[in-house]
Design a protein around this ligand. Sequence first.
Ligand code: C2E
Ligand code: MG
Ligand code: MG
Ligand code: MG
Length: 290
Amino acid sequence: IAKRRNRGGFADYSRAMAAEREESLALLNDLRAAIRGEHDLQLFYQPQIELCSGRVIGVEALLRWRRHGGDFVRPDHFIPLAERSGLIVDLGAWVLDAALAQIYEWEARGISGLRMSINVSLAQFRSASFLPLVEERIRRLALPAGCVELEITESMAMLGADSLIETLGRLKALGLSIAIDDFGAGFSSLAYLQQLPVDRLKIDRAFVTALSQPTSGQPIARMIVDLGRALGLVVIAEGVETAEQEAQLITMQCAEAQGYLYARPLPAAEFERWLAARSLPAAAASAARQ
Ligand code: C2E
Ligand code: MG
Ligand code: MG
Ligand code: MG
């Protein structure tokens, strides 16, 4: 009986695996169609704040996919699939074009001085078409230097190849800046980090969340802020949700922050309204001073 039950268990298991594989394939097919189509993919933008001034200094572009125009599929779900299947190359190109078009439009309309941060995956970064594509787009749009940033993850940065340093160098020569995302979650070689031509460290959300917890507290966030200062890098905290977390980050002299405390990722038009509403009190205050 045990044997039969075991076999049944295995059959259930492989049936479940097959179903999952089928669902993944269907998802990838739909995603491929969405990249070709016009409507199902959209970038949302989450503001980044300079803590000493409260100024909005940039946005992170975050991909949203409405499958068949219906429910959102989580990026945590479809991006790893796209990475494994190679579809990330086309998807990443779509993201790059949409984000650059948006920052170009904002600059043209006088919503200027913002930096656009774009997430890049390892498979995308490694593809032969990546660097030529970025070079072509940046040259064609002639965007001001410093207004585009690429986010690579810490694990990607630590794969450590001369080609990585060279590619980052060429991106920087184009006027782009580079951030290391989810910093502290991987295991960095600090000696190697020092050799990488990067500009910014993004403290992983887990360490920002820990700021609210009395037992785990601050040590890692504080260490990353100090490390950033020692290496001459700007440090930004992601996932800031409470005023208390913000206050602690200010005390540590963390330069920048991003999180639900300020705004969730928003569609472009909503971000513009949020930005306008946020600058109103400041404008009113400076008018009152005159
Ligand atoms: P990430 O790059 O680390 O992005 C930050 C994630 O944290 C976003 O999730 C954002 O919505 C979320 N977040 C921001 N503030 C808060 C907060 O205060 N509290 C909480 N709980 N969450 C917050 P999202 O948009 O679901 O993206 C998840 C991940 O998917 C991203 O992590 C990134 O790794 C990947 N991703 C998103 N868009 C793209 C893209 O265009 N290209 C690539 N390659 N990856 C992307
Ligand atoms: Mg990111
Ligand atoms: Mg992150
Ligand atoms: Mg992440």
